[in-house]
Design a protein around this ligand. Structure first.
Ligand code: SAM
Length: 265
């Protein structure tokens, strides 16, 4: 865990970069299409929360142009060091679980796969709502990790191994304070937080062994290897699972990405 944030992954490790690459490949097209569809455009003042590798922040900065601005935050902003400099883009270290934001400031706040990891997500959500100007839009892209059926596998045993490994990974992340079904809980939370025009849309696809999607599982397993062994998995099982995730005869449903949005009255 990094600091008191509750984030289960060591986001100073080199493996964090691999996670961001995989997330960007799998989900940037979905995020960009949705933000464009919701009317994100020139002149908007944006907050990108927990920006990770920074691809969404960079896209937003290009989209809002010189009359707009983007503030991008993260607990560990160093993964954004390589972002091409833009006059309308500012990167800051910030913990949404503990630190305030400017109030009434933003036309758009977007976060992908951040609040699910924040133990104080209710307080964080209230903080985000206060940071919107009246009429401003909050957009959350979040996983529901509760439905990822194995779609094809070289053997029933290998499918069972993947499921056991995935349950153990989810257990570790949940113990750090994450809500791995937050994608499905966000709609009610946005309504409770007082937003109007709340709506959601879900995206999922198949991830074949050797793809960017199964690489995300590999990064998670590699990063949590020590704790997975403490939970009773053997190094041999970890190795078998890593090989399975490279096998084109294996396929698993992606994590459903549930995008939920609402407007501050
Ligand atoms: C799963 S990654 C997602 C990164 C990026 N949003 C994406 O989708 O490509 C979660 C990110 O949230 C950041 N994070 C976790 N807890 C946070 C907190 N309390 N405040 C700000 N950022 C946080 C992590 O450092 C990490 O960069």
């Amino acid at each position: 865990m990094s600091g008191t944030s509750g984030y289960a992954f060591d986001n100073t490790s080199e493996l964090a970069g691999g996670r961001f690459d995989a997330l960007e490949t799998c989900y940037d097209p979905v995020t960009f299409a949705r933000l464009a569809d919701l009317g994100v455009g020139p002149g908007m003042r944006c907050l990108e929360l927990g920006g990770g590798g920074g691809s969404v922040a960079g896209w937003l900065a290009d989209r809002v142009g010189p009359t707009g601005s983007v503030l991008v935050t993260d607990l560990e902003p160093r993964w954004m060091d390589g972002l091409p400099g833009r006059a309308n883009l500012r990167v800051v270290r910030h913990d949404i679980g503990a630190e305030e934001l400017p109030e009434g400031d933003f036309d758009l706040i977007h976060a992908r796969l951040v609040l699910l990891h924040v133990p104080e997500r209710g307080a964080a959500l209230d903080r985000l709502v206060r940071a919107l100007r009246p009429g401003g839009l909050l957009v959350l892209d979040e996983f529901d990790c509760g439905w990822i059926p194995v779609l094809a596998s070289p053997s029933p045993e290998s499918a069972a191994l993947f499921e056991r490994m995935h349950d153990a990974v989810m257990g570790i992340i949940t113990a750090a304070g994450a809500d791995m079904r937050w994608g499905a809980h966000a709609y009610a939370a946005l309504c409770r937080a007082g937003l109007t025009e709340v709506a959601s849309a879900t995206y999922a696809e198949s991830w074949r062994g050797g793809s960017s999607g199964t690489r995300l599982h590999q990064v998670n397993i590699r990063q949590l290897a020590g704790r997975l062994v403490e939970k009773g998995l053997t190094q041999e099982q970890l190795d078998d699972c890593m090989r399975l995730l490279d096998d084109p005869d294996f396929a698993v449903n992606s994590y459903p990405l549930i995008t939920t949005w609402g407007v501050r009255p």
